[in-house]
Design a protein. Structure first.
Length: 551
């Protein structure tokens, strides 16, 4: 039998006619086999090439995403996504914010006025709410007036009044506290007068006003302690940052933690809670350098008419056990950003927790594609996805002021069809995109989160997004850009306590500095080294707080 190999022999028509049928069959079968092998090799090569192209495209997409994340605009508004505004080039704020066409503000614009109580027979004068006022009068002398008007004389017209704002830098006052002591003439009995200053941080230089200013600078204005140290040095006060850190931690442990604990009890009484978390590094927590800690934030849903409560919680990890520890016996709905720890919590405790998803995070997955593709977004699946999600927001926003039950009915009637259409569209188009691409990841996220993204349809108190928690944690992330690291777990815990009170005070429209000063003046009356109970009248939402603390 002949063996047919890869021969260069050329068969002629005459030679083929002389071959036996058996030989021809063998020849044809071997040729067919060679064709099949070549076809398979070509298919594998094409598959490898396509895979390399996908990997190349995905790599380019990832680079574009990283560039967008680092240098591009963070907003996902329609104007940015669909009109492709220029990137923020990092201009100096004075240049970026200046508007030559803006009218110069008047004193009434910048310092609202309050009516003084009308006195009998007198008109009610307007008095600026700025604490200090002064008047500067500029007049011409009689000699100057005679020279100008001559012998004809003159008459005095009403003064022309213009306003200016003077700024006086902060001032420090050294206060010597003399506490009288009295001794009995007949025995060893000694009595001391009570000085309120000695109840707050005894045997230290700290006062309510001083510690409140440090807290406000660090936790509201994101000014690190080393910058505050320089600031005080310029005022001839050599106050070390370590001293300020001790004051912050000690006041947190001695007083503020009791306020935060009571705030937490109030938070857990609500049926819907927003949650979020962000990483940071604690350098001396017993773990290797670079280990991530997490600051979790929880807040209630204020659209139900309740007063806002925001709680920060410092944790070593991002695990679901932190949620279980914080929530304890809580029963209700947690609205989150889709992180798996929340869904695990609900799967492990289906009768206790309900999870609500966030359409802003869903939209963000599709919006990333639009921001990196420039003008090439038209007609893409990513664009369609964004527009469908925007339609859901647009319709749902019409019902935001309704009572929960009425809102639920309107959502069933008007919003649910849009949600059904969106997920049907996702399922129909999922196979058309590479799962590893940005659009593919958006589709995967949508399908994985579908049960939680539908939760809002069942309860009119639930929002479409988790923006409330993201806004609440923003102050911490802004501060983190300035100080980068936290030195010790004690410092991290103190930060969690103080940020909780700061953000809740801001949300309740309080002046943060004034509120902390008031707390430090009042809390020693109720709390000592053995603990104590914080009265309701001191809580950030209390109607009994002094009027000067409110914005």
């Amino acid at each position: 039998m002949y063996t047919i190999g890869m021969s260069s022999t050329e068969w002629s028509e005459e030679s083929l006619k002389n071959l036996s049928p058996e030989f021809l069959c063998t020849l044809i079968l071997n040729m067919q086999k060679s064709i099949d092998q070549l076809t398979e090799q070509n298919r594998q090569l094409q598959s490898s090439y396509d895979k390399m192209c996908h990997q190349y495209d995905n790599l380019l997409e990832e680079i574009a995403l990283m560039n967008q994340h680092r240098f591009g605009r963070k907003t996902e508004t329609a104007s940015t996504l669909f009109h492709q505004e220029q990137l923020d080039l990092g201009l100096n704020e004075a240049e970026a914010e200046a508007d030559p066409n803006e009218a110069e503000p008047t004193i009434e614009d910048v310092a609202p006025q309050a009516k003084k109580k009308k006195r009998k027979g007198k008109r009610a004068d307007d008095m600026l709410k700025i604490t200090d006022h002064e008047e500067r009068h500029y007049e011409l002398s009689e000699e100057q007036l005679r020279k100008i008007f001559g012998e004809g004389g003159y008459k005095k017209l009403p003064d022309e009044v213009t306003w200016k704002i003077e700024f006086t830098p902060a001032q420090l006052t050294a206060v010597a506290v003399y506490t009288a002591k009295y001794a009995s003439k007949t025995d060893d009995k000694i009595v001391r007068a009570k000085a309120p200053e000695n109840d707050f941080m005894p045997k230290t230089l700290a006062t309510p006003s001083m510690v409140s200013s440090i807290i406000t600078a660090k936790y509201v204005n994101a000014v690190p302690l080393y910058r505050q140290e320089n600031f005080f040095h310029d005022m001839n006060l050599d106050l070390k940052r370590s001293t300020m850190a001790n004051w912050v931690i000690n006041t947190s442990e001695r007083f503020l933690t009791y306020v935060r604990d009571k705030m937490k009890d109030e938070l857990l009484s609500h049926d819907v809670i927003h949650a979020d978390e962000t990483p940071f590094e604690v350098t001396k927590d017993g773990r290797s350098a670079g280990s991530k800690s997490y600051m979790w934030v929880y807040r209630n849903n204020i659209n139900t008419g309740s007063q806002p409560v925001i709680i920060y919680d410092y944790c070593h990890t991002r695990g679901h056990e932190n949620l279980e520890r914080f929530l304890g016996d809580y029963h209700g709905t947690i609205q989150d950003d889709g992180y798996s720890a929340y869904s695990k919590l609900a799967k492990d405790n289906p009768d206790v927790f309900t999870i609500a998803g966030c359409y802003v995070h869903l939209k963000r997955y599709f919006a990333k594609v639009l921001k990196i593709n420039g003008k090439g977004f038209q007609g893409t699946l990513a664009e369609i996805g964004v527009r469908k999600i925007q339609a859901i927001f647009m319709v749902d926003n019409e019902f935001k002021d309704l009572k929960p039950e009425d809102r639920k009915k309107k959502r069933e009637e008007m919003v649910k069809p849009l949600v059904d259409d969106f997920f049907q569209w996702v399922k129909q188009n999922q196979q058309k995109v590479d799962k590893e691409s940005a659009t593919g990841r958006a589709f995967t996220y949508a399908l994985n989160q579908e049960p939680y993204l539908r939760t809002f349809l069942k309860d009119g108190r639930i929002e479409l997004s988790n923006n409330a928690a993201e806004i609440a944690i923003r102050s911490f992330t802004v501060g983190r850009k300035n100080w980068q690291l936290v030195d010790t777990p004690k410092g991290a815990e103190a930060s969690a306590v103080i940020y909780s009170i700061v953000e809740t005070a801001k949300a309740n429209r309080l002046k943060v500095y004034e509120y902390f000063k008031y707390l430090f003046e009042e809390l020693p009356k109720y709390i000592n080294d053995l603990g104590g109970e914080v009265p309701d009248k001191l809580m950030p939402w209390s109607p009994d707080l002094p009027a000067e603390i409110r914005r």
